[in-house]
Every structure is written in C-alpha cells, then in structure tokens.
Write a protein that binds this ligand. Structure first.
Ligand code: HJL
Ligand code: ZN
Length: 164
C-alpha cells in the first residue's frame, strides 16, 4: 500500500541525509527491497561507496561485495520480487560520464520489477530525464510515491549554491 511505500521512502530520505553535500550532484538515498518478504536487501546513499557513486549504485556495489559477484551479474541472485526505492529517480546520464543508474538497472534483466521514486530529477544538470521511459520500455514499472517532494528536494540540493 501507499503507506508501506512512504515508510520505505522515509528510510531512503534518512539515508540521503548522510550524503556529503556537493554542488554537482544530488543527495539521494536508495533501498533495494524484497517485496515478497518485505526485507531490505541493501541500502545506499550518494557517495557512500568509494568514488563518485550514486545512491542506487552504492546499493548494488554493496550487494556485489556481499555476494562476491560483479555488479552486472547480480540479476542471478536478486529475489524475483526485488524493488528499488530511490528518493530521486535513477539517472539516465551523468555529467561525470559514469554509467547511469538506469543502465545499471536494465543490465540486471528482469531482476528489479518496480522502481519507486520520490521525485523526478530536476533539469539542472542534464535536462529532461527520460530514464523512466527506458525502464518502462524494458517492462520495469516506475511509480512516483507522492507526498515527500519538498523535503526530498531540500535534502537533494543542500550542497547547491542557492540563487537569489
Ligand atoms: N538518482 C540519483 N542518485 C544519485 O545518487 C545522484 N547523485 C543523482 N544525481 C543525478 C545528476 O544528474 C548527477 O549527479 C550529475 O549529472 C553529475 O554526475 P555525477 O553524479 O558526478 O556522476 N541522481
Ligand atoms: Zn545514478
């Protein structure tokens, strides 16, 4: 139910608050959840893992380390009802040139069934984010969990220079 989604999105937002503010990215929190058993498989926040990492990417890196598998092979071990919660929708392009999280999700095949997002990505860095379309074309549902947009964006943009 929406209530459960809000609960997980709140947890993801708490994770986002751990991210060190930076003017060139967003502070995001993410959870990989087994929706059948309601258990958290991995959590992550922006810059948690070594290097210039995204929240969703950090979840996958941690699972990759736990299972001693390359990230792109995690589809083999993820439960069939795996879903992703992320406070900001997965990136489709990154100014750093690193592999976007939409591609990381797509290369896992059918492993991730649904992506729950707290907000669409603002157009500040890369313009209109069309990643949602790529996910849906691959049969992955993208669901906007409404009600937390303001606080998610406040946390996401803490490191940004405020105009005016
Ligand atoms: N969903 C999502 N999770 C994150 O953890 C994060 N930082 C972003 N941010 C999206 C934004 O478009 C990119 O941060 C910029 O495009 C800069 O790219 P880098 O992050 O330096 O690779 N988006
Ligand atoms: Zn990303």
């Amino acid at each position: 139910s929406h209530h459960d989604h809000i609960g997980y999105m709140r947890q993801a937002l708490e994770l986002a608050r751990k991210s060190p503010p930076k003017p060139t990215n967003y502070r995001v929190g993410a959870l990989l959840v087994d929706a059948k058993t309601n258990t958290i498989l991995a959590s992550g926040y922006t810059l948690e893992c070594e290097g210039n990492t995204h929240a969703e990417q950090s979840c996958l890196i941690k699972l990759s380390e736990a299972h001693k598998l390359p990230e792109e092979e995690l589809g083999a071990i993820l439960p069939e009802d795996t879903v992703l919660y992320t406070t900001v929708e997965p990136c489709f392009m990154r100014l750093s040139g690193n592999l976007p999280c939409v591609q990381r999700i797509l290369r896992l095949g059918k492993a991730i069934k649904t992506v729950y997002v707290g907000v669409k990505e603002p157009e500040k860095f890369v313009g209109e984010n069309n990643g949602r379309r790529q996910l849906e074309d691959a049969g992955i549902m993208v669901v906007l969990v409404e009600g937390m947009e303001k606080e998610i964006l406040e946390v996401a943009t803490t490191g940004h220079i405020k105009e005016g």
